[in-house]
Design a protein around this ligand. Structure first.
Ligand code: C5P
Length: 230
């Protein structure tokens, strides 16, 4: 078990545009918000502190939901893009937190075991991330020529969160790529630009991200099954 200081950075500052403008962390599944599911998992994990990256619109409600959290918790404001929000979260972490664990608040199925396994792997390898095989055939279109190619499906996988890494590596990548961080949709891509070899972990449980309104009833059924009610 990794014993060094680790900070959870919960990215919860999205606009919720594809959710009809509703703040995603405040969406409820079986009467509990996505934020509470995520916070409970991190509060029971091996991280030593939690930084919540929130927006002007949801800060008050998230602070109210976090009362009673056992671990040290703080709030910071997000940026225009996810990458900027994560950067603000990392910058708000304690000096003693040498590992960072980034998680999308839109993924409520995260568990303490998933977090701890990813933290341990990042401690050993420098960076680690939860991923899953893709089940659709994926196409890639060249932006200039319009040529469409089909990468072999067996070589593809989808990258999720938690994404954990040594803070020193992230800060090096940030230093190198500060001008362009907004174009990175996750931290593994940023770290790979620096040459870091990320350890990708596949786990069997669902770790879906709620993106659109139609995801809510599906997630609710999966949450019921997870709780043993189905
Ligand atoms: O937009 P996407 O689905 O990639 O968002 C993933 C997570 O990042 C969500 O939990 C969202 O709240 C967060 N996010 C953020 N700041 C932004 C955009 C997204 O914290 N500017």
């Amino acid at each position: 078990m990794c014993k060094i200081g680790a900070c959870a950075v919960i990215a919860a500052a999205g606009s919720g545009r594809r959710m009809g403008g509703v703040s995603k962390p405040n969406i409820k599944l079986l009467g509990k918000t996505l934020f509470e599911y995520v916070l409970e998992a991190f509060d029971s994990s091996n991280v030593s502190e939690i930084v919540v990256v929130c927006s002007e619109d949801n800060e008050e409600s998230l602070r109210a939901l976090a009362v009673g959290t056992k671990k040290p918790i703080s709030f910071t404001r997000g940026g225009v893009t996810r990458a900027e929000s994560v950067r603000n979260g990392v910058e708000a972490s304690a000096k003693s937190s040498t590992l960072i664990c980034v998680h999308d608040c839109a993924r409520p199925f995260v568990t303490p075991e998933m977090i701890n396994e990813t933290l341990d792997a990042a401690y050993k390898h420098g960076a680690a991330c939860v991923s899953s095989p893709v089940t659709d055939t994926i196409k890639q279109k060249d932006a200039v020529t319009g040529f469409v190619s089909t990468p072999e499906r067996a070589t593809l996988f989808a990258v999720q969160t938690p994404q954990c890494f040594k803070k020193s590596l992230y800060l090096q990548a940030l230093n190198m790529l500060a001008e362009s961080i907004s174009s990175f949709t996750d931290e593994t891509s940023l770290l790979e630009e620096l040459g870091v070899e990320v350890c990708y972990i596949q786990r069997s449980e669902t770790n879906m991200k709620l993106t659109a309104v139609d995801d809510v009833p599906i997630a609710e059924i999966l949450m019921k099954r997870k709780g043993g009610d189905l």
